[in-house]
Design a protein around this ligand. Sequence first.
Ligand code: NDP
Ligand code: MG
Length: 405
Amino acid sequence: MTSAFNTRQERRPLRLAVLGSTGSVGASTLDVVARHPERFEIVGLTAHSRVDMLLQQCLRFKPRVAVLPTEERARELRSALAGHAVRTEVLVGPQALCDLAASSEVDSVMAAIVGAAGLPPCMAAARAGKRLLLANKEALVVGADLFMQAVKDGGATLLPIDSEHSAIFQCLPEDRSRWAERIDHIILTASGGPFRERDPATFDSITPAQAVAHPNWVMGQKISVDSATMMNKALEVIEARWLFDLAPERIRVVLHPQSIIHSMVVCRDASVLAQLGTPDMKVPIAYGLSFPDRVESGAERLDFLKLQALTFEPPDPARFPGLQLAYDALAAPSGSTAVLNAANEEAVAAFLAGRIRFPAIHRVNADTVEAFVSRLGPARQLDDVLDIDTRARAHARQRIQELAA
Ligand code: NDP
Ligand code: MG
C-alpha cells in the first residue's frame, strides 16, 4: 500500500476532487473536509442536475474546476459565479470528469457518482495512480477485472467508502499481502431495509416514497431502493469479492437491523473482528480521507448504555430474491455482473418513475441476466464493458415495458 499524501511529515493539504459532490456521500464528504481545512483542499467538484447546490459548494470551497454534464448547465453556473470572487473554471461532459480525476493537481478522488456513469472517471483515477476513495460501488461491479487491473497498473491506492467494506478494511492489517492468510470468511451486515417485516403479499402496493424511507441511513434514492430490495447487498457482495480478492463462498450476509456492527472478519483462528459505530457515512468517509490516520468525522459517538440488543437473522431468500443474483452472476461468465447492474439501474429508475411495481425490479434483473448469460464475450477494454452495459439496458428497458404497471 502506498502511503497517505497528507501525513504529518508532508505538511501540505491533500488535494481532493469530489465526483458527485451534490449527492448524499458527496455532501457528507464536504462536511468532513470543512472540519479540517489544514488537511484537505478541494480542487474539483462535479454535479449532474443540482446546479444551485454546486454553486453554493463552489462559493464555499473555491475549487479550481467544476464539472457539469451539459453546456446549458455550465452556462448557468458560470453566470451565477460571475458576480463572486471565485475563480472556478466550469467544464462540461464525461471527458472533463475523467480529466479532473486524472489531473496532476489532484492527489485523491472521492468517487461518489451513482451508477455505471462513474466507471470512466474511476478508471481514469486508477490509471493515474490516485488515492481513490470508492463509494461508487456500481463502477467496480461493472468494470471488475479492468478496474482492478487499472488500480494495479496505475499504482493507485483503492480505499473503500461503502460502510461495510470500510469496516472490513478497518479490521484488516495495512499490509494487504497478509489479508489472505488472515481471513477465513467475511460477514457483511445488512439492515434488511424498510420491508424486513412487511408481508410480501403486499409488496405489489409498495410506493417509491415507502421504498426510499430507510430505517437507519439517509442516502440517495437509488441506493435506498437497492437497500429495500437488498440488491444493494448483492452489489456489495460483488464489490467485496474484488476489493478483498475473496471467493464468493467466503462472503456471507447476515441481517442486523440495528446497523451498529458494520461488518465482520472471521479469522482463521475463529476470532471475529468487527467495526462498530453509529450509522453515519461520515465515519468511513473520514477514514478514507485521513487513512492511515484518524480524524474527527463529526459523527455521533456510540453510547453502549443506550443501545438496545444487537440482533442477527438470516436473509429470507423469498423476501429478498435479489441477493442470490450476486452469487449467480459471480459464477457466470465475466460481464454478468455488469449486466445485472445495468438491469438494476434501469429497473430502479422505472420503479421510481412509477412505471413498474416493486417486485418487478427483481423480474427485470433476473430475466436480463438470464438472457445474457450465454452470449457474453470477453471484455478487454472499457468500451467492451460499456457496450455490454448499453445492450443490457436496452434489454432491461424492453422487459420493463412488458411489465409496466
Ligand atoms: P446521490 O443520488 O445522492 O448522488 C449522486 C451524485 O452523482 C450526485 O452528485 C449527482 O448529481 C451525481 N450524478 C448522478 N448521475 C450522474 C451522471 N450520469 N453523471 C455524473 N454525475 C451523476 O447518491 P449517493 O450519494 O447516495 O450515492 C453515491 C454512490 O455512493 C452510489 O454508488 C452509492 O451506491 C454509494 N454509496 C452511498 C451511500 C450513502 O449513504 N448514500 C453508502 C454507501 C455507498 P446531481 O445531484 O447534481 O444530480
Ligand atoms: Mg453499504
